[in-house]
Design a protein around this ligand. Structure first.
Ligand SMILES: [Zn+2]
Length: 165
């Protein structure tokens, strides 16, 4: 699989092994700036004075950001929809910097038989045009999510076409 990632440009911070208070999933570290950029104005004033928080990536869990000893933030507290938590809606982005949604990926595959999403994103990352810290709710590289969306779209198209390309 493709390994280059924009995390090389935005190295992840170190987060203790904290578990989501609702579902128990191990959180992924996000910086305070990600919460500041994506929470609704009314929720923004509740961000504790900490530099680091955890993101819960479990699709079925309402909690998005948490930190031990602090009140968590839920989906409703964000001004954007979280792609990882809306897998049934193909219009919610998987790549927030460049606007790739499962629907857009699927449309390209249906039209051309393949996806250029990852190449296009990588080219933009190389040109330093990626801002995942302030655009992506998970605060880090989206390429893993995009790769998964491409695979799912390819599989769905094959099933629909009744044959392997
Ligand atoms: Zn959770």
């Amino acid at each position: 699989m493709q390994t280059a990632s924009c995390c090389e440009f935005h190295p992840p911070t170190v987060c203790g092994p904290a578990q989501c208070p609702a579902c128990g999933t191990l959180g992924k570290p996000v910086k305070r700036i990600t919460l500041g950029a994506l929470l609704k104005p009314e929720a923004r004033s509740r961000i504790p004075l900490q530099e680091e928080f955890c993101f819960c990536r479990m699709a079925t869990c309402e909690i998005v950001y948490f930190r031990e000893g602090e009140a968590p933030f839920r989906k409703d507290d964000l001004g954007v929809r979280v792609g990882l938590k809306e897998p049934q809606d193909p219009t919610v982005p998987v790549c927030y910097c460049f606007g790739w949604t499962p629907q857009k990926i699927r449309a390209e595959i249906e039209a051309t038989g393949q996806s250029t999403a990852i190449e296009q994103i990588k080219a933009q990352v190389k040109a330093s045009n990626c801002y995942c810290e302030v655009t992506n709710p998970q605060g880090s590289c989206c390429l893993g999510n995009v790769a998964k969306a491409v695979q799912e779209a390819l599989a769905a198209t094959r099933v629909k076409g009744g044959e392997r390309r």
